[in-house]
Design a binder for this molecule. Structure first.
Ligand SMILES: Nc1nc2c(ncn2[C@@H]2O[C@H](COP(=O)(O)OP(=O)(O)OP(=O)(O)O)[C@@H](O)[C@H]2O)c(=O)[nH]1
Ligand SMILES: [Mg+2]
Length: 463
């Protein structure tokens, strides 16, 4: 039985075969899970599984959502002792019959179990293929499938929360509402095209325009969430720069919470750039410690300094560290056109120090820890505009959604213009159809094979 969704995505040749993969990370662990999905999942599992004990059944005889103890065989050879879970369609992740085999962890046992399953008739799954089936079988939409990737890749709880909201359908629901409104308006306009004698009555037209304008306003609200959505997904890069010995590496270590970089009183200690991610108030921040910037005759240090400048160029945020025991006014203003935070370090040695410039300076001591927490606040405030409030916090869109919604916005605005300036209704309808399709792309109502491929290729095998 094939359950396929409507729309272009359903043309995919698929689902005739059953797929299998190791769904746990490669490496040694207590357990590994081999997953099978497809019409023949139970039959394939039955071919290599032999139940042990009175309570265990063969997968083909077992009721749904039950666990069975037994052995995986390949021919007469016993491969592993396992627990096998039978999940019958449609209440499974893919909406197909599924089997999950928990075997011994470790690269070899899991691989041998997988081999036995493949020998019994399954095909090795491609990256993201289980999730792709969940999408193609209509269990989740495209925005939710993307949320699965976000979920796996989340580096902070805040990012995880946002991914969970999206997986729960918070974004999808809003997109569907928006799209329904547009579809209705489109139907209305098209009805008048079919009966050219009857023009749209002025007050009806005004209502349609109003509805479309509300749509544009709503799209704008969604678009506003894009920058923060991107920060949560990708994190931001923050370069720590300054003169040698200012305490850059000490600051990196403090922000990470462990001794990552070498700290020494010798100026020019850090030569290579060091990158590591920290969770700053829920935001994943990649900090880059760099070589102190100065003129140097030393070839290695000079190369380090060249790399520092490169990191600086690629960073979105710059933390410029200034030594409070040095003369004042040594700011280098590295961060041309970037967000920058001035950090006056070593205030324990010179509590009265000031750097004689207007603007906010974060006063910290990497020796005593003073000011570090407030520096973290400042980092968050610098990158997190806080423009996304309340309801919309649950729907931080990604760059694919952003691109589609921007297109939708342009064409919805054109529709409004066409209606206002009494252009032909065909013209208005054409733009609105493009806009509606663009909105549909977000949830996968209208998608091309390329879009699907690019989304699901981000997954690992087994997901
Ligand atoms: N008293 C005091 N000493 C500090 C503080 N921060 C760093 N230091 C000391 O300053 C020296 C230089 O610190 P680093 O973190 O290595 O400085 P850096 O900017 O990474 O130096 P380079 O890698 O050489 O460019 C070390 O001896 C640190 O212990 C501080 O807040 N107070
Ligand atoms: Mg250093």
């Amino acid at each position: 039985m094939r359950r396929m969704r409507q729309g272009p995505a359903a043309t995919e040749p698929m689902i005739a075969d059953s797929i299998a993969a190791i769904s746990t990370p490669i490496g040694e662990g207590g357990l590994a899970v081999v997953r099978i999905s497809g019409e023949r999942a139970l039959e394939i599992a039955a071919r290599c599984f032999r139940p042990v004990g009175a309570n265990s059944k063969s997968p083909t005889d077992a009721p749904t959502h039950t666990v069975h103890y037994g052995r995986i065989h390949r021919g007469e050879k016993v491969i592993d002792e396992v627990l096998l879970t039978v999940l019958r369609a449609p209440r499974t992740f893919t909406r197909e019959d599924m089997v999950e085999i928990s075997c011994h962890g470790g690269v070899l046992p899991a691989k041998l179990v997988l081999d036995a399953v493949l020998a019994a008739g399954a095909r090795l799954a491609e990256g993201g293929e289980f999730t792709k089936r969940a999408f193609l079988n209509g269990r989740i939409d495209l925005a939710q499938a993307e949320a699965v990737v976000d979920l796996i890749h989340s580096r902070t709880e805040l990012a995880l929360e946002a991914a969970n909201e999206q997986l729960a359908g918070k974004l999808s629901k809003r997109i569907e509402e928006l799209r329904n409104q547009m579809v209705q308006t489109l139907a209305h306009i098209e009805a008048h095209i079919d009966f050219p004698d009857e023009d749209i009555a002025p007050d009806t037209k005004e209502k349609l325009i109003q509805r479309l304008e509300n749509g544009v306003a709503f799209i704008d609200e969604l678009l506003k969430t894009a920058p923060e959505g991107q920060i949560l997904r990708r994190g931001i890069r923050a370069a720590i720069v300054g003169r040698p010995n200012a305490g850059k590496s000490s600051l990196l270590n403090h922000l990470l919470g462990h001794e990552r970089a070498i700290v020494s009183p010798i100026p020019g200690t850090t030569r290579d750039t060091i990158e590591e991610t920290a969770n700053i108030r829920g935001i994943p921040v990649v900090f880059i410690d760099t070589a102190g910037l100065r003129e140097s005759a030393d070839e290695i240090e000079a190369e380090g300094i060249r790399r520092s400048r490169e990191s600086l160029a690629r960073a979105e945020l710059v933390l410029e560290v200034i030594d409070a025991t040095e003369e004042t006014g040594k700011i280098q203003a590295f961060a041309d056109g970037k967000k920058q935070i001035l950090v006056l370090n070593k205030v324990d040695l010179n509590p009265g120090a000031s750097i004689g410039i207007a603007g906010k300076v974060q006063r910290v001591s990497c020796r005593t820890g003073e000011g570090i927490e407030s520096l973290k606040e400042a980092i968050r405030d610098a990158v997190w505009a806080g423009g996304v409030g309340g309801e919309m916090q649950q729907v931080m869109i990604n760059s694919r959604h952003q691109e589609a919604l921007q297109r939708a916005r342009v064409h919805t605005a054109h529709t409004v213009e066409a209606l206002r300036s009494n252009q032909t209704l065909e013209l208005a309808a054409m733009d609105l159809r493009i806009a509606t399709n663009a909105v549909g792309e977000v949830v996968g109502k209208t998608t091309t094979e390329d879009i699907l491929d690019s989304i699901f290729s981000q997954f690992c095998i087994g997901k």
